[in-house]
Design a protein. Structure first.
Length: 118
């Protein structure tokens, strides 16, 4: 999975942002076998956060697919790439851990106001 952040400096409205984002996402989704969606900054008209997800039998192939989708998105009109974050998650029979296996909920909240009084 890859999360891409874009600046949309010339845009002045959420309607304009939707047109830019929708066009880029539809183009990438249509060209590649990948799930592409706006995943954040929904109420910000000058910034877009797009998530890309792919499935593959090899880590190298998944990374290559993500690179190709990102390259297409980065070239789209109306926005400027700002950052990207990639996470490759092994799943399936040969994976050392699958989502949900051997994982337990961890409270990352730093406040001291837990309900058990600690």
């Amino acid at each position: 999975m890859r999360v891409l952040t874009y600046s949309i400096p010339e845009n002045g409205s959420l309607k304009g942002k939707r047109a830019i984002v929708k066009s880029a996402i539809e183009r990438a989704s249509g060209r590649f076998n990948a799930a592409v969606a706006e995943v954040g900054a929904h109420d910000e008209h000058r910034r877009a956060v797009v998530g890309v997800s792919v499935l593959s039998t090899s880590k190298a192939h998944a990374a290559r697919m993500l690179d190709e989708v990102q390259a297409l998105l980065d070239r789209a009109e109306g926005w400027i790439p700002l950052s990207q974050r990639t996470e490759l998650v092994p799943i399936g029979v040969d994976a050392t851990a699958t989502m949900g296996d051997d994982l337990e909920w961890t409270d990352f909240d730093d406040d001291e106001d837990d309900t058990d009084g600690r």
